[in-house]
Design a binder for this molecule. Structure first.
Ligand code: TRH
Length: 363
């Protein structure tokens, strides 16, 4: 039997926002907790990990957190001996000295480029493809997260859905529609707030700091909280990663963005609206359509129109009120569909386990 690949190095360069570090931190924690791996997480910007994991010391060169050795990846950091598995997150480019050490190792490490999530079918074709290094005796493998068994799957901790169900069972009913609003400042936030203000049911909307709160402040003025017609708009703290899950479970509708919150909203099984990360040449709209095609499969015509209408208005429009009304009218059916969608996704191997299996097969 092949020796267990015990040592893993994950390299993460924070481009912007929280998605890059959110994905890498979640993966590192899970590899340590569920697979007994010794993981070093190399991050160039520790300050961006702190809101997700308040225990982090942004000034420490290295620190142990949740069984992971979190290391500050600076230009002169000594990375040392290569691990047996190396994850280069989102093509962040490994330190050249480290690459040389990998090439010099007797047993070559398993080198993975972890890609961004997309539902586009080309990603399934590229998942697990090998890319030999042009000059060094090394091979890099492309690993694509995704929504089908032809991809690398999605990050999902083994106890996540049980914890979600326990949490849901302990919640008391409430009269208002509870919403979490995590979005970019390019979303038509003002138009949504107007729609919430005239809701037939009272609304409680949690707004985290950063772009979502800035967008709300720009529209409503002042610093909140705001009672805006029927809607109480409440600035909320940025929650540690696991607390954020609980917020998603508790809310009736979650607005999410980017990659990791988008996936967490799907595990929540509640109605959600996704704002995709904008790309040049509207490439993000192709990705949005690829997701909608998979996610809406099996929905009735009216339900699909309500879901698509809201996703498109949120991502491309300036006026969301009619789309919001249709979406909220269908929210029970959407919740039902989303529970089934989460079950369907959970039938596939999760991304951390898929990585462990993939790398073991490459030894
Ligand atoms: O922050 P994002 O927009 O991140 C990313 C990055 O911009 C990345 O460069 C880009 O390529 C990618 O989007 C598509 O959205 P995301 O991915 O949802 O990351 C947010 C993280 O923050 C996620 O791990 C959940 C976490 N979070 C909390 O832990 N607590 C909170 O209160 C909130 C609102 C989020």
């Amino acid at each position: 039997m092949a020796a267990m690949q015990l040592h893993w190095d994950i390299f993460c360069r924070v481009i912007d926002n929280y998605g890059d570090i959110g994905v890498c931190w979640r993966l590192a924690r899970q590899l340590a907790a569920e697979h007994g791996r010794q993981v070093r997480l190399w991050v160039d910007d520790l300050a961006s990990l702190q809101p997700l994991c308040p225990a982090v010391d942004p000034a420490a060169a290295s620190q142990s957190l949740a069984g992971v050795e979190v290391c500050h990846w600076t230009a002169n950091a000594t990375v040392g001996r290569p691990a047996e598995v190396i994850i280069e997150a989102f093509a962040c480019e490994l330190p050249p000295v480290y690459l040389q050490a990998m090439a010099a190792a007797d047993r070559k490490p398993c080198w993975i480029n972890l890609e961004y999530l997309t539902a586009e079918s080309w990603a399934e074709g590229c998942h697990s493809l090998a890319s030999p290094h042009p000059t060094l005796p090394l091979t890099k493998y492309f690993f694509f997260p995704g929504f089908s068994t032809a991809s690398g799957g999605l990050l999902r901790e083994s106890s996540l859905l049980d914890e979600r169900d326990k949490c849901l069972a302990s919640l008391h009913g409430h009269d208002e529609i509870e919403i979490s609003l995590f979005c970019y400042d390019t979303a038509p936030v003002g138009s949504l707030l107007d729609a919430l203000s005239t809701s037939s049911q009272p609304v409680l909307c949690h707004v985290p700091p950063g772009k979502p709160l800035a967008a709300v402040e720009a529209y409503l003025g002042g610093q909140g909280r705001w009672q805006y017609g029927r809607a109480l708009i409440e600035p909320s703290a940025f929650r540690p990663l696991d607390d954020y899950d609980r917020l998603l479970w508790q809310c009736d509708v979650n607005f999410v963005r980017g990659e990791d919150s988008f996936v967490r909203a799907q595990w929540a099984g509640k109605p959600f609206v996704w704002q995709i990360y904008r790309q040049d040449d509207a490439a993000h709209l192709v990705k949005l359509e690829a997701f909608l095609e998979r996610y809406c499969a099996g929905m009735g015509q009216q339900l699909e129109a309500a879901v698509r209408g809201m996703f498109m208005a949120w991502n491309t429009g300036s006026e969301v009120a009619p789309a919001w009304r249709a979406f909220i009218e269908h929210r029970r059916e959407i919740a039902f569909h989303n529970r089934r969608w989460a079950e369907q996704l959970a039938a596939a191997t999760d991304l951390a386990a898929a990585l462990v299996n993939f790398c073991a097969a490459k030894v």
